[in-house]
Ligand binder design. Structure first.
Ligand code: FES
Length: 233
């Protein structure tokens, strides 16, 4: 299965960590004797990074003068971080993290700490979690004909999958972009929100406000003739 390929262009990398100058580090991490331990670390995470549940994600960093690090994440705005790996050799500059299948949230934020001192060395920005929904076309009669659709409602953010052509499909969020009500499907395939009347075309474009933003359009892959994979969030 193909995943979205991220560029290897270093110019697209952004440092989301806390890059500490020696002065900042001393202020934050003085030892009892007043001597700051040497060492810096910054996370290197691509701007468009996303975390696909069940797949690997390479957590990368650049460090100097650090021996071992502990890795942790928090879900959404959780108060506490969960340490998932201890004493990683900092010189490797990377850890291949598998996003847990049972995770429940919208974002993960990574944090890296010094294994010896416990000091937090870097904390990233929240990264979006992407979930996968599998559809067998041979078992989904509604998707046999152009215009046919199925609603997936047993998820936090319901969505619709519609057959738009002989070999094409579209997956759209059913969550209104105004204030989050679940929208309904009209007979002609367009959408109407029951809360404040926003309407959208069958492709998700706004035709009447107050919504200002189109419906989220989820990525679809077809690994073989029978199966669709929808990457939703
Ligand atoms: S929530 Fe849909 S129009 Fe307001």
């Amino acid at each position: 299965m193909n995943r979205r390929k991220f560029t290897k262009d270093v110019s697209k990398l952004v440092s989301t960590g806390i890059v500490l100058s020696s002065g900042q580090f001393m202020a934050a991490c003085d030892n009892d004797d007043g001597v700051a331990p040497e060492g810096t670390l910054s996370l290197q995470i691509e701007e468009e990074a996303e975390l696909v549940v069940g797949e690997n994600f390479a957590i990368k960093w650049v460090s100097s003068g650090i021996e071992k690090v502990d890795l942790a994440y928090k879900i959404d705005q959780a108060a506490n971080y969960l340490t998932f790996q201890r004493e990683v050799d900092a010189n490797t500059g990377q850890f291949d993290f598998t996003v847990p299948n049972n995770i429940n949230g919208t974002t993960l934020t990574f944090r890296i700490s010094n294994s010896v001192t416990g000091d937090v060395l870097a904390e990233g920005s929240p990264i979006n979690l992407i979930f996968k929904w599998l559809i067998s076309l041979s078992e989904t009669e509604a998707l046999n004909n152009v215009g046919g659709f199925v609603k997936i409602t047993e998820v936090n953010n319901p969505f619709i999958v519609r057959k738009t052509g002989a070999d094409s499909f579209i997956a759209l969020s059913l969550v209104c972009t105004h204030q989050g009500c679940v929208i309904g499907v009209e007979d002609n395939g367009s959408f109407r929100c029951p809360c404040h009347g926003s309407t959208f075309t069958d492709a998700g474009a706004v035709t009447q406000g107050p919504a200002e933003r189109p419906l989220d359009n989820f990525r679809i892959e077809q690994p073989d003739a029978d199966n669709l994979v929808i990457y939703y969030f």
